[in-house]
Design a protein around this ligand. Structure first.
Ligand code: AMP
Length: 584
């Protein structure tokens, strides 16, 4: 094995939340874990109550680092009152339980107030990625039939104003600060005028709380529905996989528009009564080290792309900062190369603990743990309460399903599609308005993740790749279909095939192959125009590279063969091409 395992002394293990891995797994039950929640009596459960109102009011809930570096603190009491005001405001606007409240915000205090207030009012929260362009924003607002959108004046002008008319369900747009635009409500004054007490909606554990959009290979984005009892899994997994405790100062760098930014950037740390650090600024190595040092971060949850960006700097840079408070570092979202795990040890004094999960699982499922051996390059082992398996793959890479049954691969040293046994509380409960897609995600009593993994003799899982065509760029899941559709809206583009091209920092870069309509010919000008066109429509998920190709390969059914484009790009064998048009 090229990378030595990183062993932890027994006394370290004794002081972790997890304790002995095997023993905790054996003893664990989700029904006992549910007891860690306070509940609202009579079986009612609401995420916001568990996250905010049950904690001592004077404790610091949020430490917000503003763009200009000024730090503002919010106590649990303040967060409780502000989210109460927001819930009142929703009621006053006629927003009902179950209505969808969207956020399109960076890391600003209004985000936490809106999300928690919407939970309190029994609404379903749908966070959007603020770097999306107008097209992904419009599409997601429409798909989830947004009733309310909370955003900033700047984001409204750039991404929402021109698409608003095509979202008929959208009744109210609330703008942070005093921003006034026709047809919108200024959130600052509206909150100030609302009462600070609110009787939290008595939501049931199985009531929808969150709608997270994620991308598949084909069709529109999928809206994964999560329910209030997901909070049990947020809480427990933060304790076990992130070793989080009430006294911690916790920083999750994920964007609040993605599932990590919600499950661990908002909910989980608050359920523990910890202090959440939120930095409004974008990535900058010095800024990040000064947040870690200046805020006394004890537990840090970040992503491989960010770590790789830090690794590009002189390792001495980290040493300029006092990181003595930091006691645990974890990473998620894309493969974490072993170099990054080990770099953590040198630069931060701590190895990086990789963990794995996805939008549909709502919480961490597989992890390297604080007290357990790390195998650099491995995602770790399943959490207590999580049963994982590898299923025999069929044609196309997905698990082979015959007569509704699948074949589980047993023992170590095998590779297959990663599957999970349904039953954990944060499992998605549906795709919004798409029961058929939901049903297809399960077979033989397993949830099929779409990832391919390998398991070693000791039960550690190793990521191999995706079994489908979705792209992971800088930790963001990008649906090729969405990018292809946006490019095809350009008059020159006849067809597009979009793949992820390996990149040493971002993991993958979005690359598009396009064929042109008659009357158009490839040129550098047209390439630049298409790149700009893509960026304007899609924002951060737009293609970074465009290649002209008048002979895009097709399947017999007429679909562009992304698999083949990718194989050619990588110089790999083209594989089984029996379904490619023209081959016989
Ligand atoms: P998302 O639903 O956007 O959170 O993306 C989930 C996908 O990210 C997974 O299905 C994996 O393909 C990938 N992913 C997440 N965590 C890891 C990890 N630790 N190692 C490798 N891939 C990961």
């Amino acid at each position: 094995m090229p990378w030595e395992p990183i062993r932890k002394p027994a006394e370290v293990r004794a002081h972790t939340n997890l304790g002995d891995y095997d023993q905790t797994r054996r003893r664990f039950s989700w029904s006992a874990a549910r007891e860690t929640m306070s509940g609202l009596g009579g079986g009612a459960l609401n995420i916001a109550y568990e996250a905010v109102d049950r904690h001592p009011a004077g404790r610091t809930a949020l430490r917000w680092v503003r763009q200009d570096g000024v730090v503002r603190e919010f106590s649990y009491g303040e967060l409780s009152r502000q989210s109460n005001r927001f819930a009142h405001l929703l009621r006053a606007l006629g927003v009902r339980r179950g209505d969808r409240v969207y956020t399109l915000l960076g890391r600003v205090p209004e985000l936490y107030v809106a999300v928690l207030g919407a939970f309190k009012a029994g609404c379903v929260v749908s966070p959007l990625f603020s770097a999306f362009g107008p097209e992904p924003v419009r599409q997601r607002l429409r798909l989830g039939e947004a009733a309310v959108l909370v955003t900033s004046p700047q984001l409204y002008d750039r991404k929402v104003a021109r698409v608003r008319d095509s979202v008929p369900s959208l009744r109210h747009v609330l703008l942070t600060g005093d921003g006034d635009r026709p047809g919108t409500i200024a959130l600052g004054p509206a909150l100030a005028g609302a009462a600070p007490e609110f009787e939290i909606e008595r939501t049931r554990p199985g009531d929808p709380a969150l709608l997270h959009f994620t991308s598949g290979t084909t069709g529109t984005p999928k809206g994964a529905i999560h329910v209030h009892e997901a909070v049990v899994a947020h809480h427990v997994t933060a304790a076990y996989a992130l070793d989080l405790r009430g006294e911690d100062v916790f920083w999750c760098t994920a964007d609040p528009g993605w599932v990590t930014g919600m499950s661990y950037g908002v909910i989980a740390p608050l359920t523990h009564g910890a202090t959440l650090v939120s930095d409004e600024g974008e990535f900058d190595a010095r800024r990040w080290y000064s947040v870690l040092a200046g805020q006394g971060v004890t537990v840090w949850y970040t992503a491989p792309t960010a770590l790789r960006m830090l690794m590009r700097h002189d390792p001495g840079l980290a040493k300029e900062y006092d990181l003595a408070a930091l006691r645990f570092v974890a990473s998620v979202g894309e493969p974490l190369n072993p170099e990054a795990v080990v770099w953590g040890q040198e630069a931060l004094g701590l190895p990086v603990h990789d963990n794995w999960w996805q939008t549909e699982t709502g919480a961490i499922m597989i992890s390297n743990f604080a007290g357990e051996e790390i195998r650099p390059g491995s995602m770790g082992r399943p959490l207590p309460g999580v049963e994982a398996a590898l299923l025999k793959q069929g044609e196309g890479g997905r698990a082979e399903v015959a007569g509704g049954q699948v074949t589980e691969l047993r023992g170590g040293g095998c590779q297959g599609e990663l599957a999970l046994r349904p039953g954990w509380p944060s499992m998605f409960r549906g795709y919004w308005h798409d029961p058929e897609r939901y049903e297809k995600a399960f077979a033989g009593g397993w949830y099929l993740t779409g990832d391919v993994a390998r398991r070693d003799e000791d039960g550690y899982y190793w990521f191999v790749g995706r079994a489908d065509d979705v792209i992971k760029s800088a930790g963001h899941l990008v649906g090729p279909f969405e990018v292809e559709s946006a490019l095809m809206a350009h008059p020159a583009v006849a067809e597009a095939g979009v793949i992820g091209r390996p990149d040493p920092v971002a993991g993958e870069l979005v690359k598009a192959f396009v064929s042109l309509h008659e009357g158009f010919s490839p040129s550098e000008d047209l390439r630049a125009e298409l790149l700009t066109f893509g960026r304007r429509a899609l924002g951060a998920v737009a293609p970074k590279e465009i290649e002209f190709d008048q002979h895009l390969p097709h399947t017999r059914s007429g679909k562009v063969m992304r698999r083949l484009l990718k194989a050619r790009e990588l110089g790999l064998p083209e594989g089984d091409l029996s379904t490619v048009e023209g081959s016989s």
